[in-house]
Design a protein around this ligand. Structure first.
Ligand SMILES: *Cc1c(COP(=O)(O)O)cnc(C)c1O
Length: 372
């Protein structure tokens, strides 16, 4: 098919040929056929989390962070107060967004190897009634840790607070069911577990919540209320849509459904994750997280303690062997990450482990275990 390296990165990721081919046609943004595609995508996305009767899908141009910033800006009013539990880089980004757009926020800080705890959120919400929203990262891609969405949703609902979930790296692969877990807004993106190409995000917002969001947003282009109203009236995107990205996502969702939807996608990634961790362990690598907290999306490994190891060279050597790794995102320990997502078939993971084994040998790395 192609000799391009396989991306083991959490978006952009390796897409299928069908998805790539969907981008070979140009679309006019006014064209009814194009706007039918947009409509179809919006309908498919709400179904994935069983929200067809409760939530509206608002797509937005840009990378995933644009969608997170748009969601915070649109849902949280100027006098709101957001509680952000923090156990990694993407949680920290939400806190930074609040600060940048002038929304009051408080953090609950955890170690990067620890899950967010619903009990702590419960206590914090009881102690500070000025908090209006909780903003949770479902799978914290910085490490690959899974946060307890169901428990956090229960606690937020108990206190009558809005819950905004960054489900960017879990949407489509890990079960999210808004009939069981009350959530005001769920944020995802085209280029993650749905295996489209990057370029747009989408926010699924509970309808009565969205209806009350007029005038909240500090931004014109990232006002989800504005996008929703305009799309409702015209079926079109308010400003130029990323037409090729939309067409690719439509085709990617078709393949997602053919594969068997979220359960099948999740099972495939879990198998990839299993193959990866056991293969890497056999080489002597240690994963950063205990298995019980690990989401089947991306795995953080400790870098080898051997002085012959250098990430840049390691990356280049593995790339020459056909696989693209991802740098670590931890401040305290030296790590690298390997994604389990993308259209690369079961041989992809074993091939990656073989490429890493070969690289270790080529670089003369002897001590693979991390320094204690
Ligand atoms: C990918 C990702 C984002 C968005 O990152 P971008 O670089 O803006 O696409 C946000 N949150 C999480 C958890 C992610 O994995």
């Amino acid at each position: 098919m192609t000799n391009d390296p396989i991306l083991l990165t959490p978006g952009p990721l390796t897409t299928s040929r069908r998805t790539k081919e969907a981008m070979l046609r140009d679309w006019g943004s006014w064209d009814v056929d194009f706007n039918r595609i947009t409509g179809r995508i919006r309908e498919s996305l709400v179904k994935i989390i069983h929200a067809e009767n409760t939530h509206e899908c608002v797509p937005l141009q840009g990378s995933g962070t644009f969608a997170v910033e748009a969601a915070i800006g649109t849902l949280v009013p100027k006098n709101g107060h957001v509680l952000v539990p923090v156990n990694g880089a993407y949680c920290q980004r939400i806190a930074k967004i609040c600060k940048t757009i002038g929304r009051r926020h408080s953090t609950l800080d955890y170690a990067e190897s620890a899950q967010v705890r619903a009990e702590d959120i419960d206590r914090k919400l009881a102690a500070d009634p000025s908090i209006t929203h909780v903003a949770l990262v479902h799978c914290e891609t910085g490490t690959g840790i899974l946060n307890p969405l169901e428990d956090v949703a229960r606690v937020a609902a108990k206190h009558g607070k809005g819950l905004i979930v960054d489900a960017m790296s879990s949407f489509g692969a890990i079960d999210i069911d808004v009939r069981k877990q009350p959530i005001d807004a769920i944020i995802g993106a085209s280029g993650k577990c749905l295996e489209g190409v990057p370029g747009m995000g989408f926010i699924l917002i509970r309808r009565p919540v969205l209806e009350k969001c007029e005038g909240n947003s500090p931004s014109l282009a990232m006002d989800l209320y504005g996008q929703w109203i305009y799309m409702g009236k015209t079926t079109q995107w308010r400003f130029t849509p990323p037409t090729h990205v939309v067409a690719a996502l439509d085709e990617a969702i078709r393949q997602f459904e053919e594969e068997g939807g979220q359960p099948a996608r999740g099972a495939r990634y879990a198998k990839n994750c299993e193959q990866l961790i056991s293969g890497m362990q056999a080489l002597g690598f240690q994963s950063f997280l205990p298995r019980a907290l690990q989401a089947p999306i991306i795995v953080t490994f400790h870098a080898p303690a051997d002085p012959a190891y250098d990430f840049k060279r390691f990356y280049d050597e593995v790339k020459q062997r056909g696989y693209i790794l991802y740098p670590g995102k931890l401040t305290q320990v030296e790590t690298f990450r390997v994604g389990c997502m993308g259209h690369f078939g079961p041989e992809g993971m074993n091939g990656a482990v073989a490429a890493i084994a070969d690289t270790v040998k080529a670089m003369g790395i002897k001590r693979i275990a991390a320094a204690a």
